[in-house]
Ligand binder design. Structure first.
Ligand code: FAD
Ligand code: NAD
Length: 475
């Protein structure tokens, strides 16, 4: 194998592997170096997302939701089930099989696309050389015209909450539990806390989530966050806001937690504790002295809007650089960089990056929240539509939540779309496209939406912006 490449990508997650594939599509010679190790020691491309994040969590969210619905909802449809039982081992085998298929798919894509896969640790040396250390300790140097850094992120750990990997764990461990914990504690009511808390709650755990901030889901539109909090509490998630964890320690077969909130000091005992307080960029042993790549105070590699680092011909994409830690953001950055390297056009529209929280009801949004628009001082108008008025949502027994459209009062431009309800993550696709094309609410109002579909909720919310909703009372 030649050790000279047009492009060397370090990291084979959802930011790195698309960069490698697009670079190969652009007729460049490419190697993608990745060091991921699964718990059984095997290597797999796909990074956090495919191995320990997006994909396994969505597999368990789907399975646990079906289990919950079979037990709680099927009777409403007139389907009488007896003996519904959980086979967690089978559920976990399915999760693992999906991960294996998806990560194996990347090997196949590399093979057919002409990307050279390299297993091992990559370290950037001055002069665009990349040192690769394989699992057996052997080393080689790759020479690259261009280097793309895509080393991703790892969970943040709290000093006062020492992990033991068995009782006090991170999100990866919590995806692979082989028994349902009777009492599950979660630190952090962010995206991971809510998704994994939902999985284990549906499977029978008593779930307590401790969140440091007083505000619930500050990243979301607060009308949507309030609605979500109401549903999550009804589902039995014990969400404690303003809870500052002082310490947690394993004591025999339980975890003892101490925390304070506005009412004073508290203690809590759980069987397992998941720490989900955010992730940090991962750059351990990535950059040798003298590369010229700059890292900021929080550990992110510094890049411009086109993901160029301070070093010539070195780029960085995905979780290791600024921006929301989302797989699709990393993917678009990887593709943009590979196109720019090939002398083609490349751009990421950071204003239309969607967010989805895969709880039930699902939460999704794109663009600005009402709070952000208000703070910007731009006059605006809002339309909402409740899924309670959607025939399709009723038929699905999922008539909870709402769609909300925020538009500029002056030129009617859509500024933000927020959905809490069934298939919100799919529904938001329409809003993304609309915003990408700088649509007005009138554009959405005049677009025919099939009946009865959930997408009518977006249509009606857009109509409600001008008090023209047909299927709901205009307020
Ligand atoms: P990573 O996926 O972290 O990949 C980096 C890769 O580089 C890894 O394989 C790592 O081993 C390798 N690497 C690092 N350093 C080196 C080196 N020096 N040499 C060689 N290899 C190296 N995002 C979503 O958009 N949707 C979701 O539904 C979603 N769900 C999530 C659920 C969970 C539980 C978690 C933890 C995360 C989730 N995320 C989700 C976030 C998503 O996983 C990340 O945003 C995404 O994986 C970032 O991609 P990346 O390629 O930048 O980094
Ligand atoms: P997060 O930033 O979403 O949430 C962390 C939460 O922990 C915050 O609410 C924060 O206030 C709280 N917190 C921080 N320190 C705390 C402390 N000491 N005690 C109590 N609470 C504390 O981070 P996450 O949930 O760990 O997820 C990490 C990243 O992974 C996120 O950036 C997210 O975008 C991504 N992710 C995305 C998805 C998705 O797209 N559906 C799913 C999972 C993860």
């Amino acid at each position: 194998m030649s050790d000279r490449f047009d492009v060397v990508v370090i990291g084979g997650g959802p930011a790195g592997y698309p960069a490698a594939i697009r670079a190969a599509q652009n007729k460049l010679t490419v190697a993608c170096i990745d060091e991921w190790r699964n718990t059984d020691g095997s290597h797999a491309f796909g990074g956090t997302c495919l191995n320990a994040g997006c994909i396994p969590s969505k597999a368990l969210l789907e399975s646990s939701e079906l289990y919950h619905r079979a037990r709680e909802e099927f009777a409403v449809h007139g389907i009488a089930l007896t003996g519904v039982a959980l086979d967690l081992a089978a559920m976990q085998r399915r999760r693992a099989a999906i991960v294996k298929t998806m990560t194996g798919g990347i090997n196949a894509l590399f093979k057919s696309g002409g990307v050279t896969p390299v297993q091992g640790h990559g370290r950037l040396l001055p002069g665009n050389r990349v040192q690769v250390t394989a699992a057996d300790g052997s080393q080689r140097i790759l020479q690259a015209a261009q280097v793309v850094l895509a080393s991703g992120s790892v969970p943040v750990r709290l000093r006062s909450v020492p992990h033991d990997g068995r009782r006090i764990v991170d999100s990866w461990n919590a995806l692979e539990f082989d028994a349902v914990p009777a009492r599950l504690g979660v630190i952090g009511a962010g995206v991971i806390g809510l998704e994994l808390g939902s999985v284990w709650r549906r499977l029978g755990s008593e779930v307590t989530i401790l969140e440091a901030t007083e505000q619930f889901l500050p990243i979301a539109d607060q009308a949507i966050a309030r609605e979500a909090l109401r549903h999550f509490k009804k589902q039995g998630l014990d969400l404690r806001l303003g809870a500052k964890v002082a310490s947690a320690a394993v004591a025999g077969e339980v975890v003892d937690l101490r925390y304070t909130d506005a009412r004073g000091e508290h203690s809590l005992q759980v069987d397992k504790l998941v720490v989900a307080v955010g992730r940090r960029p991962f750059t351990d042993d990535l950059l040798a002295e003298g590369t010229g790549v700059q890292v900021d105070a929080r550990g992110f590699i510094e890049v411009d809007e086109h993901c160029r680092t301070a070093a010539a011909n070195v780029w960085a994409v995905g979780d290791v650089v600024r921006g929301p830690m989302l797989a699709h953001r990393g993917k678009e950055e990887g593709v943009m960089v590979a196109d720019l390297i090939a002398g083609r056009y490349g751009e990421v529209n950071y204003r239309t990056i969607p967010s989805v929280i895969y709880t039930s009801p699902e939460i999704a949004w794109v663009g600005q929240t009402e709070e952000q628009v208000k703070a910007s001082g731009r006059p605006y108008k809002v339309g909402t539509f409740p899924f309670a008025a959607s025939g399709r949502a009723r038929a699905m027994e999922a008539a909870q939540g709402m769609a909300k459209v925020i538009a500029a009062a002056d030129d009617d431009e859509v500024l933000g779309v927020h959905v809490i309800g069934p298939m919100a993550g799919e529904l938001i696709g329409e809003a993304m496209l609309a915003m990408e094309y700088s649509a007005s609410t009138e554009d959405i109002q005049r677009t025919i939406h099939a009946h009865p579909t959930l997408s009518e909720a977006i249509h009606e919310a857009a109509l409600a912006v001008d008090k023209k909703a047909i299927d709901a009372i205009n307020r």
